[in-house]
Design a protein around this ligand. Structure first.
Ligand SMILES: Cc1ncc(COP(=O)(O)O)c(C=O)c1O
Length: 390
């Protein structure tokens, strides 16, 4: 097959339903935070078996607000992996706490629970595990340690929308779970995020924090305002109180309208991702020095949302260039955060042997619901060709 059009590494799964949803919301006259956002929150909670969902404009915002709501701040330490997107770690810095890097498991690339244990100090307030690529990390062990040491778990589920851990949805298992609806995620709204929580008071606090600290108060408070002569009748409804320093992190109804359509398609889209990942594994196992990723563990009821497909090879950079020459995009997820200049300057002595060894080998191949079998075969053939000529 001669391929001239570039095969992207990610591609959104949009169609006529998303187009209609956008047109409808534009015509409704209400595009800000409103009924679509509320509907999306409710349907998301139902899908996730979560008690409460709070919609925000990114997972970065979700992580920031979760840390704030959990009371994490100056003087606290938060344990994080380094093989992640920078927001996982930036969020800790936003609240003035110290990120403490833990290493990863060699097979899954998820945070190593043993190393989390090593990194716990009296100052440890929270841990942010990342379900790398959508494969849930060892939550049982993490929860055991967290419980015994009074540590809060804030799951970074940016890759794990629709993932299942031992029969339960990611989003229903911890005090805080943060999702991303960024343009290339499994559920994509352009940008967006969600925090699922177990407690009503926390969800209310998060709703204030995402909306610059504004409380849309009860009638009781309005009456108080009336007493002070600030409003002349109930119909005004203009009054609100600002009781804390919040942020402008809310979702709007345009993103939520897209989110509702994408949520309805999520299971089917994830199923397609998993089938394509299995196909890659079948055909790439044993090719050159390739190590294929660990996929879902159906026996234990653990299912990956399969956000991406990451192989490992010592020839990563050469393979990347070879595939690029053949119009195939690949990515690297990720260069470790502790090696990024900003963090290396602040924390020059961090050593994470597994992370530092494995990241040099990771290469993300194209994976998305619309990737065709012809394209996938073309990618597999080029990879085989590359190793044959080595
Ligand atoms: C693991 C991880 N955490 C957090 C984020 C941040 O998500 P967002 O772009 O929605 O802020 C991402 C996005 O790529 C991610 O991959």
């Amino acid at each position: 097959m001669k391929k001239k059009k570039l095969i992207p590494v990610f591609y959104p799964d949009y169609g006529k339903k998303e187009e209609k949803a956008i047109v409808d919301v534009l015509r409704s006259g209400w595009i800000g935070l409103g009924p679509k956002t509320e509907d999306f929150e409710q349907k998301f909670s139902k899908y996730m078996d979560a008690k409460y969902s709070v919609a925000v404009n990114s997972a970065t915002a979700a992580l920031h607000l979760a840390l704030l709501a959990a009371g994490v701040g100056k003087g606290d330490e938060v344990i994080v992996p380094s093989l992640t997107f920078v927001s996982t770690v930036h969020a800790v810095m936003y609240v003035g706490a110290k990120p403490v890097f833990a290493d990863i498991e060699r097979d899954t690339l998820c945070i190593s629970v043993n190393d989390v244990k090593n990194k716990i100090t009296k100052k440890t307030k929270a841990v942010i595990p990342v379900h790398y690529g959508g494969l849930p990390c060892d939550l049982d062990s993490l929860q055991k340690i967290a419980k015994s040491r009074h540590i809060i778990i804030i799951e970074d589920a940016a890759h794990a929308c629709g993932s299942i851990y031992k029969g339960k949805k990611i989003g229903s298992l911890s005090d805080y779970t943060c999702f991303s609806f960024h343009a290339v995620k499994n559920l994509a709204t352009g940008d967006g995020g969600m925090i699922t929580v177990t407690d009503q008071k926390t969800s209310e606090k998060l709703k204030r924090l995402r909306w610059v600290g504004i409380t849309k108060d009860t009638w009781g408070r309005i009456e108080k305002v009336l007493e002070h002569g600030l409003a002349s009748n109930r119909g005004y409804g203009w009054y609100y109180g600002v009781h804390e320093l919040g942020y402008k992190y809310h979702m709007n109804d345009i993103n939520a309208a897209l989110g509702l359509v994408q949520l309805a398609k999520l299971d089917m889209a994830n199923k397609k991702r998993r089938a394509k990942a299995e196909y890659y594994n079948e055909h790439l196992n044993g090719v050159g020095d390739i190590v294929c990723p660990v996929l879902s563990d159906v026996e234990s009821g653990t299912v990956s949302a399969q956000h991406n497909y990451v192989i490992r090879t010592k020839l990563r950079d050469k393979l990347h260039l070879y595939l690029r020459k053949h119009y195939i995009s690949t990515g690297v997820h990720y260069m470790p955060i502790h090696l990024q200049p900003f963090y290396r300057n602040i924390f020059p002595n961090v050593k994470l042997p597994v992370t530092e060894n494995e990241w040099k080998k990771v290469l993300t191949l194209p994976l998305y619901p619309k990737l065709t079998r012809v394209e996938q075969d073309y990618i597999i053939d080029r990879i085989k060709e590359f190793f044959k000529n080595k």
